[in-house]
Design a protein around this ligand. Structure first.
Ligand code: ADP
Length: 588
C-alpha cells in the first residue's frame, strides 16, 4: 500500500473545494446545525458572563460583608452556568447526530460508487486501502463534524466575547494581557510547523501498519506454508510497528512541549496582570471587581486558544481525509451506460466477436487480444483453450463488458454490448469462476444469490440437478448451515457444485465458466462433469477449459495463442487438421 503521496500531503492546508463538498453533506441537517449554533451562542455567553458575576459577588458581597449580595451572586452564577452547560449538551448532541448522519450518507455514496467501478480499478486499488478510506477517513470527518464545526464557532465566539468585555471594562489592562498574546501567537506558529511534520509522519506510519496487517492476514496461508511467520513478525515488529511507535511518540513530544507552554504563558499573563492590576488597585486607580474579572478572564481567554490549536491537527486530517474521499468518489466509472442505452431484450444467445482487439492500458502497445473473429450460434458450448496468458479470461471479460473493446465489437444477437444497459446485459448472463466466492450466510442464501426471488424449493431443485443435494443435506444444518466467509468449511469440489447450482438457478442464456484447475478426486470429478453437462445444456456457454472431457464434448473449440485465435472447430475437425490442438491433445 502506498504511503500518502505528495499529492495527498499538499492537501493538508485549507481546501475550498473539499470544504464545499463537506458542507453539502451537512445541508440536509441544516435545522439541527442552526439550533446547535444557537445553543453554542448561549453556552459561550454563559462562559463570558461567569467571571463578572463572580467578581461582583466578591467585590460587592464578600468585600463589603453583604451576605445577600453573595447569595444573589452565587444564584446568578449557578443559573448562568447551568444554562450554559445545558446549551453545551444540546450542542454536542445535535452535532453528534449531524456527524453520524453525514457520514452515513457519505459511506453510502462511496459504497454505491465503488460497487460500480470497473475491474481495472480494483486491479489497481488494494482492498485494504479502500477499507481504510471508508472506515478511518470517514471517521475523521465524523469526529470533526461532531466536535469541531460548531465547537470552533463557540470557541471563537467566547474569545470575541471575552475580548470585547475586557476592552469595555478596562482598555489598558486589556493591552497588558494582549502583550502576552503576542508571545502565544509566536509559540503557536512554531508549534504548527512541527505539528504538521509529526502529524504527516504518524499518518504515513499508520498507513504502513495497516497495509502490512492486511497483507499478513490475507496471505496467512502462504506465510504458514512457507514457514515465514518469524520473518514476517520481525519485519512488522522492527520496521513498521517500530516506526509507528516512534512517530507517535514524536508527535506526543511536540504536543507535550506545546500545551504546557501555553499553560506557562497563561501563568505569566496572570502574574503580570496581578502585578500591574494589584499596583493600580493599591493606588486606587482600579477596582477589585475589574482586577478579579481580568484574572478570571485570563483563563477563559487561553482555553479557547488551546482548543483552537488542538483542532489544528484535526483540521489537517479533515482536509486530507476529505480530499482523498472525494477523489475516490469522483473517479469516473469507466464502464457506464450510455445516456441512450436501451434495454437488451430477451436474448437467444448468439454471440459474435467482430474484429475485436483489446489492450488493458490506453497507451500500452501490448495488445492482449488481436483481431478476434468468432461466431457462436445460440446454444453452442465453446471451449477456450490455450496457454496461460493467451487471452482467454480477457475474451470473456469483454463479453460480460467488464472492459470495453479497443477496436471492433462484441455483439449478442447482433446487438453491440456497449449500446445496452449493463443491467439488462449481465442479468442474462451467468458466470462461474475458478474460485467460488461464497458470501457469509447459509448454503441456501449462497445458492439463492443467483436469483434472489427463488423459492426454497427452487433452490433445492437446482442443488439436486447439479448433484449437490446429498452433500448439503449431510452438512450439520443442511441447507441452513452457515458457510463462513470464503466458504472455508467446504471442499473445493463442493464449492464448485454450489456455484453450479447458483448459476443453474439464475438460468442465464449465456454462461461463462472458468473451470477449476485444482485437482479434484475422481469421484467428485465425475459428479462435477455430470453437473456441468446439466448446466451447459441448452445455453450458449464459454468455458475456459482445463479438463479434456469438457473440451472433447464441446461443440466448438477455440484455440488461443498470444491474443489470437489460431484454430477453431470441433474436436474431430481440429484433430483432422493436425495443427496446434492435435499437438496438445496427443501430448495430454
Ligand atoms: P488467460 O486467461 O489466457 O490465462 P488473460 O486473459 O488472463 O489470459 O491474460 C492475457 C494477458 O493480459 C496476459 O498477458 C496478462 O498479463 C494480461 N492481463 C490480464 N489482466 C490484466 C490487467 N488487469 N491489466 C493489465 N494486463 C492484464
Amino acid at each position: 500500500m502506498a504511503a500518502i503521496t505528495t499529492e495527498e500531503q499538499d492537501r493538508l492546508e485549507f481546501d475550498w473545494d473539499v470544504t464545499k463538498r463537506l458542507v453539502s453533506y451537512l445541508t440536509p441537517n441544516k435545522t439541527r446545525i442552526y439550533w446547535a449554533l444557537a445553543a453554542s451562542v448561549l453556552s459561550a455567553a454563559a462562559s463570558v458572563a461567569g467571571p463578572p458575576i463572580v467578581s461582583w459577588a466578591i467585590d460587592q458581597g464578600v468585600h463589603t460583608r453583604n451576605l445577600t449580595v453573595v447569595g444573589a451572586g452565587v444564584l446568578a452564577y449557578l443559573i448562568t452556568q447551568g444554562l450554559g452547560a445545558l446549551a453545551f449538551r444540546v450542542q454536542i448532541r445535535l452535532m453528534a447526530v449531524t456527524g453520524q448522519r453525514a457520514i452515513q450518507a457519505l459511506r453510502n455514496d462511496l459504497f454505491s460508487h465503488l460497487q460500480h467501478m470497473s475491474l481495472s480499478f480494483f486491479a489497481k486499488y488494494e482492498t485494504g486501502r479502500l477499507i481504510a478510506r471508508i472506515i478511518n477517513d470517514v471517521n475523521t470527518l465524523r469526529e470533526a463534524i461532531t466536535w469541531a464545526v460548531v465547537g470552533t464557532f463557540r470557541d471563537l465566539l467566547s474569545l470575541i466575547g471575552v475580548v470585547i468585555t475586557m476592552i469595555l471594562i478596562n482598555l489598558p489592562l486589556t493591552l497588558v494581557s494582549f502583550g502576552v498574546l503576542a508571545i502565544l501567537i509566536f509559540v503557536a506558529n512554531i508549534w504548527r510547523i512541527y505539528a504538521r511534520k509529526t502529524y504527516l509522519a504518524v499518518v504515513e506510519t499508520n498507513a504502513k501498519v495497516n497495509a502490512e496487517l492486511a497483507e499478513a492476514f490475507n496471505g496467512v496461508r502462504v506465510t504458514q506454508a512457507f514457514n515465514r511467520q518469524a520473518y514476517n513478525y520481525d519485519r512488522f515488529a522492527t520496521t513498521f510497528n517500530y516506526n509507528n511507535r516512534a512517530s507517535n511518540i514524536r508527535a506526543t513530544l511536540v504536543a507535550s512541549l506545546f500545551f504546557p507552554s501555553i499553560e506557562l504563558i497563561g501563568g505569566v499573563a496572570t502574574g503580570l496582570l496581578i502585578y500591574v492590576g494589584g499596583t493600580l488597585v493599591l493606588q486606587q486607580e482600579l477596582s477589585i471587581f475589574t482586577l478579579l474579572t481580568f484574572v478570571l478572564y485570563v483563563d477563559q481567554f487561553f482555553q479557547p486558544i488551546r482548543m483552537l490549536a488542538q483542532r489544528y491537527n484535526l483540521f489537517q486530517s479533515v482536509m486530507a481525509a476529505g480530499y482523498k474521499l472525494f477523489h475516490l468518489l469522483d473517479r469516473p466509472i469507466e464502464i457506464s451506460d450510455r445516456a441512450d442505452a436501451a434495454l437488451l431484450p430477451q436474448i437467444e444467445g448468439h454471440v459474435t466477436f467482430d474484429q475485436v482487439s483489446f489492450t488493458y492500458e490506453e497507451e500500452s502497445d501490448t495488445v492482449v487480444l488481436n483481431d478476434i473473429n468468432l461466431d457462436v450460434p445460440a446454444g453452442t458450448t465453446v471451449a477456450l483453450v490455450g496457454h496461460t496468458g493467451a487471452g482467454k479470461s480477457t475474451l470473456v471479460k469483454l463479453l460480460m463488458r467488464f472492459y470495453d473493446v479497443t477496436e471492433g465489437a462484441v455483439k449478442i444477437d447482433g446487438v453491440d454490448v456497449r449500446v445496452v444497459t449493463q443491467n439488462s446485459l449481465r442479468s442474462q448472463m451467468g458466470v462461474v469462476l475458478q474460485e467460488t466466492y461464497l458470501f457469509s450466510g447459509t448454503v441456501m442464501d449462497n445458492i439463492r444469490y443467483g436469483r434472489l426471488n427463488a423459492s426454497d424449493a427452487e433452490v433445492i431443485d437446482a442443488a439436486k440437478a447439479v448433484g449437490a443435494h446429498d452433500f448439503i443435506t449431510a452438512l450439520e444444518n443442511g441447507y441452513h448451515t452457515e458457510v463462513r466467509e470464503g466458504g472455508s468449511l467446504l471442499s473445493q469440489g463442493q464449492k464448485q457444485l454450489l456455484a453450479f447450482a447458483r448459476a443453474l438457478l439464475a438460468d442465464p442464456r449465456i454462461l461463462i465458466l472458468d473451470e477449476a484447475t485444482s485437482n479434484i478426486d475422481t469421484q467428485t470429478e465425475k459428479v462435477i462433469q455430470t453437473a456441468l453437462g446439466r448446466l451447459l445444456e441448452g445455453r450458449t456457454s464459454f468455458v475456459i477449459a482445463h479438463r479434456l472431457s469438457t473440451i472433447v464434448n464441446s461443440n466448438l473449440i477455440v484455440v488461443m495463442d498470444h491474443g489470437k485465435v489460431i484454430e477453431q472447430g470441433s474436436h474431430q475437425e481440429l484433430l483432422a487438421r493436425n495443427g496446434a490442438y492435435a499437438g496438445m491433445y496427443t501430448m495430454a
